[in-house]
Design a protein around this ligand. Structure first.
Ligand SMILES: Cc1ncc(COP(=O)(O)O)c(C=O)c1O
Length: 396
């Protein structure tokens, strides 16, 4: 045996995933008052992450009616893609043949496929990314080789969007630059652009020839399905070319089943068809074809008016519960008032990593080191406990 390392011995140690490590810490905490607001999943009043009623019913129908599990193509379930398109783009967008789409393994798959498409088109392409952003954007997009350039998005201490600085950064971008935008329910801050701000971004995108790359993973959990996509639709309409990564994992509660889609808008139908060919080719190099189960389930739901209405109703209930918890936190102290105006599962506390640690050690509150917490990880019975602990920490 030579003392040279064999191939796989050359790999370095990888740091543990911070959020997964946090879940393990929370689980090991024996205090009955502990609260895990780290993990990003919806929880109902009982603390469960439920399977939605319509999903259960549709899975039963699928089980009874599916006759084969033979291969589908790289596009996945084409009818699913057709049915999700109007939800994201509205009826007019759904009829636009310059927008093409494929099913992907979750929003992560969509983001990665979009990044691969960009890198294939131009290995020197740049994408402007707001700070802070979801920590996985960096590895997902960066791994494809797309250069990432920061733009200021959110002032954590002031708990406000840095809109002027964002506008300055976008105005300084070059034609053909991409700009990553959270469609709604910004992760990690909960701070969404309002419609007037979206209009300004749309104008800049059009004037400067920028290409929006919209990540929409929480549609329906902010102000409702339509309202949550309104800003993104403005930007997509204004842009000649656009990329939209969509996830069903939160709004259909099917996290582990991995369902999403990637849409691309081009100036012409012929251009869109060419992009479609490239998407299929790239998908083949990664997952060949996406998993079918949840796409078929969502297709059954959206093709059935009764199931679709039930899904919308349950999603509306979920959004209302999030807004209720937000209102409760906001009412607890003027320094938390900003939480009521934010959207979706997450908000970020204006506290230091040391204060995050204090909250964990003194009170058993488990949140990301950035101060990001999952609002809907709370329940009616512990929201006051959480608020009081945070207020104590803010008081120093
Ligand atoms: C901002 C954002 N984008 C995309 C995703 C991808 O979601 P998934 O791959 O689970 O569908 C997530 C999930 O947490 C997210 O927070």
């Amino acid at each position: 045996m030579s003392d040279q390392l064999t191939l796989l011995d050359r790999l370095g140690e990888q740091p543990a995933d911070a959020l997964l490590a946090l879940i393990a810490l929370a689980e090991a905490d024996p205090r009955p008052t502990k609260i895990d607001v780290g993990v990003g999943v919806y929880r109902d009043a009982a603390g469960n992450t439920p399977i939605l009623r319509a999903v259960k019913k549709a899975e039963l129908i699928l089980w009874e009616t599916q006759e084969t599990k033979s291969y589908l193509g790289s596009q996945g379930d084409a009818r699913f893609v057709e049915l999700i398109k109007p939800i994201v783009f509205g009826e007019a967008g759904a009829r636009d043949d310059r927008i093409v789409g494929v099913q992907t393994p979750g929003g992560c798959g969509a983001l990665r496929l979009g990044a691969e498409l960009i890198a294939k088109a131009d290995p020197t392409a740049r994408i402007l990314v707001g700070t802070p952003t979801w920590p996985n954007h960096e590895p997902l997009i960066g791994a494809a080789g797309v250069a990432m350039v920061d733009y200021p998005y959110y002032d954590k201490a002031a708990t406000t969007i840095r809109f002027d600085a964002m506008v300055d950064a976008l105005n300084g971008a070059s034609a053909g630059d991409l700009v990553l935008l959270h469609g709604c329910c910004h992760n990690p801050t909960g701070a969404d652009l309002n419609l007037d701000q979206w209009r300004v971004v749309a104008e800049i995108v059009a004037a400067r020839g920028l290409i929006p790359f919209v990540d929409i993973a929480y549609q329906g959990l902010g102000d409702g399905l339509e309202a949550d996509a309104a800003g993104a639709c403005l930007v997509v309409e204004a842009a000649e070319q656009a990329i939209i990564a969509q996830s069903c994992d939160k709004n259909f509660g099917c996290y582990r089943d991995r369902l999403g889609s990637l849409f691309v808008k081009m100036p012409t139908v012929a251009g869109a068809e060419k992009v479609m060919g490239n998407l299929l080719g790239l998908a083949r190099t990664m997952w060949s074809m996406p998993p079918d189960h949840m796409a078929a389930t969502v297709r059954i739901i959206l093709d059935d008016p009764e199931l679709a209405a039930d899904w919308r109703a349950e999603l509306t209930e979920m959004g209302a519960r999030i807004r209720q918890l937000r209102a409760k936190l906001a009412a607890a102290d003027p320094r938390l008032a900003y939480i009521a105006g934010q959207k979706g599962m997450f908000s970020m506390l204006p506290i230091s990593p040391q204060q995050v640690l204090n909250l964990r050690e003194k009170h058993g509150l488990y949140m990301a080191g950035s101060g990001r917490f999952n609002v809907v990880g709370l329940s009616d019975s512990n929201v006051d406990y959480f608020a009081n602990a945070v207020i104590e920490e803010l008081d120093g």
